[in-house]
Write a protein that binds this ligand. Sequence first.
Ligand SMILES: Cc1ncc(C[n+]2csc(CCOP(=O)(O)OP(=O)(O)O)c2C)c(N)n1
Ligand code: SF4
Length: 290
Amino acid sequence: MGLKYIQPAPGFKEYLPKDYVDLIDFGPFGKEVDVQYMGQYKEILEEHPMCAGCWMAYFVRVFYASLPNPEDTIVIGTAGCARLALSQAAVPFIYGNYGDTNAVASGLTRALNIRFPDKNKDVVVVAGDGGLMDIGFSMTLHSWFRKEKFTTIMVDNEVYGNTGGQESGMSPKGVQLKMAPKGKKFEKIPATELAKLAGCVYVVKIAPTNIKRVAKVIKRAVLAARHFGPTFIHAYTSCNIEYSIPTEEVLKDAREREKKDFGFEEYMTDEVREYFEEIEKKEKEAKAKK
Ligand SMILES: Cc1ncc(C[n+]2csc(CCOP(=O)(O)OP(=O)(O)O)c2C)c(N)n1
Ligand code: SF4
């Protein structure tokens, strides 16, 4: 990882696959890319085997387009739908055992700090609601209590999608699923509230209806984790298959859920707020000078 690692030795470039060369020449490594130009440059994630029209797949694509320094990022995932795409991307990916992502990320973050004390190396966990709030619950919470400096992104499709429709702690109360036909008996776990209580310095709840806002919070979460402590994004990423949402209605569904129970929430500590104000002011000044 790092720009040097991505750049081939002189003379070697002509022997590399075209996809790789395009990534070096037209990809987002080492540059600022604006998420609204997705599709107009070589993306970190282009092909994946997730279901057609899956909103989680779209979110993962946006996630890669939003990383502040993709060349210095390692992504950790686990069993679940998202890893089908995460493992196809041009950013190093580690497959943590189901439930263990935040323990793996804790060790990795510490190791990177020892190996590269003067460089920023970003670790981001992207995993499902089952992986983070059910089976990985203790690993997730304890990484937050320990104030581990990495970002956790929960792609919440409110079901165990990858294994065919079991109920998750994040499924809404009353919902009937293929493998939970009696209906869920209790409310969704209040994940963002737990994150705040456990010490996350930046916490967001979001339905990805506004791509620029998604990009902004992902960048903020990674930067805040780099300097201050654990950060958490709870994103609604619907499952077309288990919730029978026709592909052409995924955005409509996301907008409806946004109104109902995924209204945008952004929490940050005072020191994180001051930090963003400072860097965003500098960014504006730099843009005005151009
Ligand atoms: C320790 C362990 N327990 C169970 C499984 C089986 N398993 C694989 S994916 C999955 C559920 C995935 O649900 P979620 O984390 O919500 O992600 P989604 O597929 O819905 O995106 C389960 C139970 C496993 N791989 N490892
Ligand atoms: S099962 Fe659901 S969440 Fe998984 S890839 Fe298919 S639509 Fe997406």
